[in-house]
Write a protein that binds this ligand. Sequence first.
Ligand code: ADP
Length: 323
Amino acid sequence: YKSIALLTSGGDSPGMNPAIRGVVRAALNSGIESVYGIQRGYSGLITADIHKLTSRSVTNIIQRGGTMLKSARCLEFKEPAIRAQAAQILRDKNIEALIVIGGDGSMAGAHLLTEETGIPVIGLPGTIDNDIPGSDDTIGFDTAVNTALDAIDKIRDTALSHERLFLVEVMGRNSGFIATQVGIACGAELVIVPEYAFDLHDLCVTLAQQRASGQGSSGIIVIAEGKDPGLTSRIAYQLEELGQDPKICILGHIQRGGSPSGHDRMLASCLGASAVHYLLAGFNDILVGVRQGTIVDIPLRKVISEKKILDRNIFDITTLLHK
Ligand code: ADP
């Protein structure tokens, strides 16, 4: 390959910048002559908002949150005719392959683009949710978990001072990876995830016993936001019915921001460089991810047709560590 392009798409995640840097530097240092950055994900691809990147363009971004290429959702890209136009724009600019950094939606778009138009694509898992099948880890997950933990450690001070129960909602529409890791690491009393059923009643009995014995009854419940908005309010309402007075804290978008952790910078840099290696080795239609500490390729078809399972044994640990 002489000329490739890359874009970041879907929800941004801390570590997209070091991934961009990894791709650009590895490509230019491996003999690829031109690397183009596409602005705003697939939106910038179909409007030809495409600019050449140099080694210097990615200086001083390794520590920055967000994505220098910007990200967007682009509904039009779900139409085959628009994807055909996108491929033509790449061909007109003599761009021979595309690297897409994003979540599962972005991987679906990348897979369809190569299947329909023959433009080679490589995906990188850029999402805080850690919900990409075939990869143990995703770029941004570790930072998001640590950001949530910083916040919850502060909330716990108030929970203890006021002997209050706090419901802390973390991101995770379809999956409870953030909630499980955050819940175990912050010492939550209960973790609620979309994958598994939960029982508020047991928790309330424990809290009532603590109160009756003169101990303070404070606690943290970590809730993955889930698909239907208002889940956390409904749980608060049920807890009120059971005699509790919970406070709600929704962590929201702070989880997507901030400087990437050391772990995420390392992951993003290695995956960025590896995406280029796989491309130069002739691979196409794959996601470059990590399994048991090793970099692996996973067919995009598999990535988009499967769901990553939240390990039941690990999730069950959340129910074993309360007071
Ligand atoms: P994420 O990549 O973080 O999961 P989205 O699901 O919003 O985020 O997807 C990002 C973008 O990927 C969408 O705005 C759209 O441009 C593209 N995309 C998502 N799903 C598809 C699909 N089924 N077909 C084609 N493009 C898609």
